[in-house]
Design a protein around this ligand. Structure first.
Ligand code: PEP
Ligand code: MN
Length: 345
């Protein structure tokens, strides 16, 4: 519920409205006060017991609007400005300017990660990605180096000075991720609705989380799932350091891998205050499609890109077909900065 106050409303009026909400059972810590042209009070969680008419009859109240989404804490109506998610130690930010997360699909060896990380650093990346635990379609495919992958990520982080992003697949790995001081946790498409994992991340992790939309998961389902992390459940506090990631849906088309859902990027950037990034790599599935999709994502409102790169894509153990090499990465970043500036500045 949003309560818009009249333009001439005073801080004393705000207090009075909060008192009135309190007398209807709504505690003060569930009311957010925003002040732009005028005061707007956002009532969090369940507002079903509040009587709109009792509020509307107050002289200072302009109008009362009910928001039906259960994920309204993620909506711009509650929080008009884009939230900025920071990794303070490295000065990296999501939600302010174009944020680039670059790196290989999987950590394959120390040398492979280091050589690829140097490309990421030289291109101006804000974070280095690399999968240590890989969710692969076939058990015969490379599953990742697991703990050794985390070890290399931590070492290479020190060598290039970039925070590291890696995918968490199960609750039991949280302690391990903490041990290697993983800066940003990624929840992959396959775990988008693994609610037990999301609950555990809300409760146990305060590091930023890149949260990917699952294949075929609707916007409403995606944002409700995101809210498991953001708000927590059963009265828990949650983790507000959340970045949404659109990575496309599988369709009957086999030319590319997934159909990047530009509609979703457009919607998420307009309706939620969370930073939104796009993964054009897994959508395109081939090097030649990555830049086109990235351009479209930025034009639709994306605040950043997660892109797979490799120092030697032809010999990558995973996703070499869409991984950009050094030269392609440099060209890509230069172009995307220009596109971002054209769209946003
Ligand atoms: C990845 O980014 O490494 C990945 C596995 O992507 P997705 O979860 O989108 O399939
Ligand atoms: Mn990949």
């Amino acid at each position: 519920m949003l309560i818009h106050l009249k333009k001439d409303a005073t801080p004393a009026d705000v207090e009075e409205v909060i008192r009135r909400l309190g007398s209807q059972g709504k505690p003060k810590d569930e009311v957010r006060v925003m002040h732009g042209d005028s005061y707007v009070l956002g009532v969090l969680h369940d507002a079903s017991k509040i009587n709109d008419d009792l509020l509307k009859e107050m002289g200072c109240v302009e109008n009362v609007v009910r928001i039906s989404h259960k994920w309204k804490v993620l909506s711009r109506e509650i929080h008009p400005e884009t939230s900025v998610v920071e990794i303070p130690k490295y000065g990296s930010r999501f939600g302010q300017g174009l944020t680039l997360v670059l790196g290989p699909c999987a950590v394959e060896s120390y040398e492979q990660l280091l050589e690829t990380a140097k490309i990421a650093r030289d291109a101006g990346a804000h974070a280095l990605r690399g999968g240590a635990f890989k969710p692969r379609t076939s058990p015969q495919d490379f599953q990742g180096l697991e703990e050794r992958g985390l070890e290399y990520l931590a070492k290479v982080r020190d060598a290039v000075g970039l925070p590291i992003v890696t995918e968490i697949m199960e609750i039991g790995h949280i302690d391990l991720f903490r041990q290697y001081d993983v800066d940003i946790y990624q929840v992959g498409a396959r775990n988008c609705q693994n609610f037990n994992l999301l609950k555990a991340l809300a409760k146990q992790v305060n590091r930023p989380i890149i949260f990917k939309r699952g294949n075929g998961v609707t916007l409403d389902e995606f944002l409700n799932a995101a809210n498991y992390i953001y708000s927590g459940s059963n009265g828990g506090t949650g983790n507000h350091n959340l970045v949404l990631c659109e990575r496309g849906d599988k369709t009957f088309e086999r030319e590319h891998r997934n159909v990047l859902n530009i509609n979703n990027i457009n919607y998420l950037a307009q309706h939620t205050h969370l930073p939104v990034i796009a993964d054009p790599s897994h959508a395109g599935g081939k090097q030649r499609y990555v830049a086109g999709l990235a351009r479209a994502a930025i034009a639709a409102g994306a605040h950043g890109l997660l892109v797979e790169i490799h120092y030697d894509p032809e010999h990558a153990r995973c996703d070499g077909a869409h991984s950009l090499n050094r030269e392609q990465t440099m060209q890509f970043v230069k172009e995307m900065k220009a596109v971002y500036a054209a769209v946003n500045e």
